[in-house]
Design a protein around this ligand. Structure first.
Ligand SMILES: Cc1cc2nc3c(=O)[nH]c(=O)nc-3n(C[C@H](O)[C@H](O)[C@H](O)COP(=O)(O)OP(=O)(O)OC[C@H]3O[C@@H](n4cnc5c(N)ncnc54)[C@H](O)[C@@H]3O)c2cc1C
Length: 320
């Protein structure tokens, strides 16, 4: 049996789980699923449509909201009880985190962000995304059970209905330490202007911006161009921008017509997030900064002088 870990956020199914089920079915064993802290009845029809013949519904009052260790431990306990051939989850932040916990508890490796799985006599050969998708790696998983996550959008979510679907409840044994990391409160962010992932123009700021205050001129430039503001990991780690504004391997991937990188050196982990940009304009005071090798246009100078000058000129052109 192949076990799929179904990801949801407070009962809302993450579509990447359905993509994962497409790859799970291709492994040639019956596909069953585990649902943590959500009502199986709400998912039953969709999962049956996607080939799941049984849902294990983890019953525990704390599981309803995300708690990586508790979710991972519940998966590990189910794996010990049911002995699946492989366990698959979506290669999302949560899917990768839950499987890392499950793998550590079971003492087996996890192959994350797989795009292909080729089972061969007890070994799974996999192709997986590395470095935010800039590299493809071929690897072999030998330990049992095989733990894998499936890179989002690697395959499409193809329906393939199962004839029947059963539901079996199980109660994981969890202790206080398992809840050390969990969602305790949520604050919805007010969305001003265009979302970063949809903007045609993105102005990104890095260490060179120097402070949260320093982002004001980047915001002004973005507003003039009808765009959005993002940042490097340095900008988000320093609290100058919220984490949701981080562009790159561990942030969002963007594909604007124009990306204006201000005070950003051009580390590979940042660049993989802007691969889809049609044009890159880099503003950096160091002429040797690697970002200039990736940029279509470059301005060597202090962004605190260059950006206000750009704003002036754009205002003139726009007659403002
Ligand atoms: C596993 C992993 C994942 C990561 N994920 C991400 C990610 O998702 N996104 C990301 O961005 N990074 C990520 N990083 C971090 C990445 O490696 C870099 O450390 C980071 O991108 C550097 O940010 P930066 O360019 O703002 O800072 P720096 O590399 O310090 O560069 C600052 C640049 O600003 C220039 N500068 C300074 N002052 C000015 C000024 N006044 N005017 C003009 N230019 C100026 C400097 O010349 C320099 O080139 C990751 C790293 C790891 C190991």
């Amino acid at each position: 049996m192949i076990l799929g870990v179904i990801e949801h956020d407070r009962g809302k199914l993450n579509e990447a789980s359905l993509e994962m089920l497409t790859l799970a079915r291709a492994l040639g064993s019956p596909v069953e699923a585990v649902l943590l802290g959500a009502d199986a009845a709400a998912f039953q029809e969709t999962l049956k449509e996607h080939g799941v013949s049984k849902i294990y519904e983890a019953k525990h009052e704390g599981l309803g909201d995300y708690a990586p260790r508790a979710w991972g431990k519940s998966v590990a306990q189910l794996v010990r009880a049911k002995n699946p051939r492989a366990v698959l989850a979506a290669g999302t932040d949560r899917g990768n985190e839950v499987m890392a916990h499950a793998g550590a508890l079971l003492g087996v490796p996890v192959a994350s962000n797989c795009t292909e799985i080729r089972p061969q006599d007890g070994v799974f050969e996999v192709t997986r995304l590395r470095w935010g998708g800039s590299l493809l790696e071929d690897a072999e998983l030998r330990a049992d059970p095989k733990l894998l996550t499936v890179a989002p959008h690697a395959v499409s979510a193809e329906p393939a209905p199962a004839p029947e679907i059963a539901v079996e409840a199980f109660s994981p044994t969890l202790e206080e330490a398992d809840w050390r990391v969990r969602v305790v409160a949520r604050e919805e962010r007010e969305q001003k202007g265009v979302p970063l992932t949809e903007a045609k123009v993105v102005v990104g700021g890095g260490r060179g911006v120097g402070s949260a205050e320093g982002f004001k001129i980047l915001e002004e430039l973005a507003e003039l161009l009808g765009g959005a503001v993002g940042g490097s990991r340095v900008a988000t780690n320093n609290g100058w921008r919220p984490h949701s504004d981080q562009i790159g391997q561990t942030g969002v991937q963007i594909a604007p017509d124009l990306y204006i990188a201000c005070g950003i050196s051009g580390a590979i982990q940042h660049i993989v997030g802007v691969k889809g940009a049609k044009y890159i304009l880099a503003i950096n005071k160091d002429p040797e900064a690697p970002i200039f090798q990736r940029a279509d246009f470059g301005i060597v100078g202090d962004l605190h002088e260059v950006v206000p000058a750009l704003i002036e000129e754009i205002k003139k052109v726009k007659g403002k």
